[in-house]
Write a protein that binds this ligand. Structure first.
Ligand SMILES: Cc1cc2nc3c(=O)[nH]c(=O)nc-3n(C[C@H](O)[C@H](O)[C@H](O)COP(=O)(O)OP(=O)(O)OC[C@H]3O[C@@H](n4cnc5c(N)ncnc54)[C@H](O)[C@@H]3O)c2cc1C
Length: 555
């Protein structure tokens, strides 16, 4: 066994890395997301000959192996390349195998290509179909060349469009085509797995660098053991995914009988790890990872979007099972047949809880939910005053509060059911959550005046608060807040900057944490203020986040 690259492959990796460092960095990836393709990157990739390098020399390619190509594809994945390198390379090899000089010649002349990843009739969303010069699809009998259908908006660009083989030009048919198309899919799986492995390593590096730079509790967060252990585990998992991807590529190069099974395994595992690595790097970034100016959100979306190109990623497990155990692979339904008739536990809710669920569902059904959701996504404000007041009228804001304080006195289970239904409906309820949290806090430790004047207005859905805890250097270490509260006669003067004050632009007051005594230990000199948002001197700056939600920086 020898897992090292050849000197030529090392040189190719270096040259490709130079190209991608110049032509595919964060700013360029952001620009390309809107149109789904970076034409300058694509030209550079074509100039370097990457899309056709693994086409036989006799057909105009460079006769390189799939492993050689994979070395470049790994770099492409690591730099979030916004160009159809894998797709074009796979289609070029497919057309070359079948001797289809037309449309292969268009790719040899610098054209881009893509492959519909599902066989049979019907429409399916295909990466880069909105921009590709050549689109091929397999309808179950024939390989056809088709035009793209309507473009689709995706999670991470990728120039998605519908592709339907119906009405396409037949390029070839027969058993050879069926086998060649299946092989093309396996090559796509294995090469995409390599790209995902490259992305995993890059996203892990981004997370590690951030953890080294970010300080909380007076130390770099990278010094906390729980972060170190997760990174160490991920490092090993990323390596394992990369090796599995290369093993699949190698098996395809060698024509090993295990190649198809390995390609499916690599597709599943590398997608899983890319998602996990990006997810943990995002986690390590705390709230900042959600801000569009940080690159980690690009990694998260690319990892997820790439994983979904084949449909539900779990389908790969069935493909793997079929490769390992053939037609006798247990189907998912079988696992239920051995179920004992009486399990001893019963997870059904009580009839009263189900009745409450029905009541909440009826309430939601009466609201213009689609319109509310559309508005929330258009504005990024995950709150709707009409919906908020309607749910306050029903008492849902204080479902769990005691009845003597204006609540419904509902159980914890009922409150979970309420939230299940609200979240399930897709309705924006950040306002509900913040208002309920501030209200419940006032209930426990607010002054009599606050309880008499503010609480009833919160319960009626007339006013809402926002939370002013986080600051640039005080997130998890919230007691490190630097915002100062200085006594000035009967008044307080408050100076400072708050991060992530979600809903500040809609709220009537801010529930704000400030340092009122700098001369005592940090956990002791703090005071919570309830400050009207129309107080002179408050400034709000919007912040866009990955999920489209608006939050704010507040001064
Ligand atoms: C969409 C959104 C809305 C928000 N809305 C509000 C709001 O309305 N009001 C408000 O005040 N804040 C809000 N926040 C901010 C949120 O409360 C902070 O993001 C959170 O407190 C984490 O702080 P941070 O982002 O500074 O991350 P950091 O504290 O820098 O943490 C970074 C990473 O280090 C880890 N970490 C930190 N310390 C340790 C430790 N000792 N041991 C192990 N791991 C550690 C964290 O778990 C995290 O993974 C919002 C954030 C987001 C993303």
């Amino acid at each position: 066994m020898d897992l090292s690259l050849t000197p030529d492959q090392d040189a190719l990796r270096e040259a490709t890395t130079r190209l991608y460092a110049k032509e595919s960095h964060g700013e360029r990836v952001r620009e390309a997301e809107a149109r789904g393709l970076d034409p300058v990157l694509w030209d550079a990739v074509v100039q370097m000959g990457l899309p056709v390098m693994a086409v036989p020399e006799s057909q105009g390619g460079a006769g390189a192996s799939l492993t050689d190509l994979a070395v470049a594809v790994e770099v492409h994945g690591a730099h979030l390349g916004s160009a159809p390198l894998v797709e074009t390379a796979v289609v070029a090899r497919l057309l070359a195998r079948l001797g289809l000089d037309e449309p292969l010649s268009r790719i040899m002349a610098g054209g881009s290509a893509t492959l519909r990843l599902t066989a049979g009739p019907g429409r399916s969303v295909t990466a880069y179909a909105a921009v590709a010069d050549v689109i091929v699809a397999y309808d179950g009998t024939s390989l056809v060349s088709v035009a793209a259908g309507p473009a689709r908006k995706g999670l991470a660009g990728l120039a998605l469009a519908d592709v339907d083989p119906a009405g396409g030009t037949v390029l070839a048919a027969g058993t050879e085509v069926t086998a060649s198309y299946a092989l093309a899919l396996d090559e796509w799986r294995a090469l995409t797995a390599v790209a995902q492995a490259g992305l995993s390593r890059a996203t892990l590096d981004v997370g590690v660098q951030y953890a080294k730079d970010r300080h909380q509790f007076g130390a770099p967060i990278a010094s906390f053991q729980t972060i170190q252990h997760r990174f160490a585990d991920l490092h090993a998992r990323v390596d394992s995914s990369r090796l599995l991807a290369y093993q699949a590529i190698w098996a395809l190069d060698e024509g090993e009988p295990t190649a198809a099974g390995l390609a499916a395994q690599a597709s599943w595992w590398c997608g899983e790890i890319a998602d996990e690595a990006a997810g943990f790097s995002l986690h390590v970034h705390g709230g900042y990872g959600f801000m569009l100016e940080y690159d980690v959100q690009l990694h998260v979306r690319r990892a997820k979007a790439t994983r979904l190109l084949l449909g539900d990623p779990r389908q790969e497990l069935q493909v793997i099972a079929e490769h390992r155990w053939g037609a006798s692979a247990p189907s998912p339904e079988l696992s239920h047949t051995a179920r004992p008739t009486r399990a001893g536990m019963d997870f059904r809710f009580e009839p009263e809880t189900e009745a409450f669920r029905s009541e909440v569902r009826s309430f939601i059904a009466e609201q213009p939910i689609d319109e509310i959701i559309r508005r929330a996504h258009a504005t990024g404000t995950m709150h709707d005053w009409g919906f908020h007041r309607a749910l306050c009228d029903k008492g849902y804001l204080a479902a769990g509060w005691p009845t003597e304080f204006g609540g419904l006195g509902r159980s914890a289970i009922d409150q979970c059911v309420l939230m299940q239904e609200f979240y399930g409906s897709g309705a924006p309820i950040d306002g509900l959550n913040i208002a309920a949290m501030v209200g419940a806090t006032l209930l426990v430790c607010g002054s009599d005046e606050q309880k008499a004047t503010v609480l009833p207005r919160i319960l009626a859905g007339e006013v809402m608060g926002c939370l002013g805890y986080s600051e640039p250097d005080a997130g998890s270490d919230v007691a490190a807040v630097a915002t100062k509260a200085i006594r000035d006669g009967e008044d307080w003067v408050i100076e400072g900057q708050k991060m992530f004050t979600t809903m500040a632009h809609e709220a009537h007051f801010v529930f704000l944490l400030a340092r009122s005594n700098p001369d005592v230990p940090k956990h002791k000199g703090l005071t919570m203020f309830l400050i009207p948002m129309d107080t002179p001197g408050i400034e709000i700056t919007p912040v866009e986040t990955m999920g489209g939600e608006r939050t704010n920086i507040t001064f």
